[in-house]
Design a protein around this ligand. Structure first.
Ligand code: ADP
Ligand code: MG
Length: 320
């Protein structure tokens, strides 16, 4: 880090007073004291340029998204965010990039009361790695393994817009200006569902966040739970922008899209009112999209109950 200097860079852009943690940036270790009786929830995500984000993304949006994907993992477990570490590889220490990145990162961190407590900084191809720490009452984590036949399947928000934006960037889809802005916002500025996730503790029997596409991510829940599911493709919540696209493209974006960072979760049918109340309290729409059944995979049906063929695989970094 010749130009700005590694320590000057850390000091200027990534050192802020901590409130919740015992010790933040600047020593050999950060110190974090979990609340008595709670369990720490820990998750790591790495974002690499060209793989997880495009070089066209604005620095503040990159800062936002890097933290959003980590917060989303805590949301899926029902953990309350506490703190995170940030490991950065940068081709050069460019002030305007760093200022924008830090701005987007801390705006979301402040919103979710999640503190930056440490990290690592090195020169290299642009990549961002965040490890996030959350807490929840011992035994209260919502796991992928808890879905049982008869449970309802829900998803928060809408699906598919991030994939639609990616297709527009790739040039396979033409969008008008307003539609493109909407889709791009979904791709670059996902809003993690942390408040909803906390409210789903003791209510959802299983949950996962949609990072690689609904079918793939729901598939992880089904495998871990040893069950199957029936999903109504016509019930999948979508934006007006996606609804205006051809049906085949809609379904591809909805089922295999990825980068949505919505929560897919299951709950007992007897808890429908409680799920609706949790959704209302968190200000996030929640839609019932199907049911868990015996079996081992997702069956797709339309609103009339007719079977729908699906050739959609979810994103896999070593296949896709
Ligand atoms: P060490 O040599 O012990 O690994 P470093 O010199 O890498 O320490 O980092 C000095 C301090 O700055 C540490 O407290 C570390 O956690 C923090 N730090 C380094 N990079 C970042 C970053 N990108 N964001 C936040 N804190 C950072
Ligand atoms: Mg270091």
């Amino acid at each position: 880090m010749a130009d700005l200097g590694e320590f000057e860079l850390i000091e200027r852009f990534f050192t802020r007073p901590v409130r919740r943690a015992t010790l933040g940036v600047g020593d050999d270790c950060a110190l974090l004291q979990p609340t008595a009786g709670t369990t720490l929830a820990v998750s790591t995500d790495m974002l690499v340029e060209g793989r997880h984000f495009l070089s066209t993304v604005a620095p503040d949006r990159l800062g936002h998204k890097a933290l959003a994907v980590s917060l989303s993992d805590l949301a899926a477990c029902g953990a309350r965010p506490l703190a995170f570490t940030l490991s950065l590889a940068l081709p050069r220490a460019e002030e305007s990039f760093l200022a924008g990145f830090a701005h987007g990162l801390f705006a979301l961190a402040d919103r979710e009361a999640c503190e930056l407590i440490g990290g690592d900084t090195t020169r290299g191809p642009l990549s961002v790695c965040i490890t996030i720490f959350g807490e929840l009452p011992a035994g209260a984590a919502i796991l992928r393994s808890g879905a049982r036949p008869g449970d309802d399947v829900y998803v928060s928000g809408t699906l598919g817009d991030a994939r639609l934006a990616l297709e527009a960037f790739r040039g396979t889809v033409m969008l008008g200006e307003a539609a493109f802005r909407h889709a791009r916002q979904a791709m670059e500025m996902p809003m993690p569902r942390n408040d909803l996730g906390v409210r789903l503790r003791g209510l959802a029997t299983s949950a996962i966040d949609v990072s690689d596409g609904l079918l793939g991510d729901l598939g992880h829940v089904l495998r871990r739970s040893g069950v199957g599911a029936v999903v109504d493709v016509d019930a999948l919540p979508r934006s007006a922008v996606l609804s205006a696209q051809p049906l085949a493209l809609q379904r591809e974006c909805l089922l295999a899209g990825g980068d949505d960072y919505e929560l897919v979760f299951t709950a007992l049918p007897s808890r429908r009112d409680a799920v609706a109340a949790a959704a209302a309290a968190s200000g996030v729409a929640v839609t019932r999209i199907g049911r868990i059944e015996a079996g081992s995979a997702s069956r797709l049906v339309d609103r009339d109950g007719a079977e729908v063929e699906s050739a959609f695989a979810s994103f896999d970094h070593f296949r896709g």
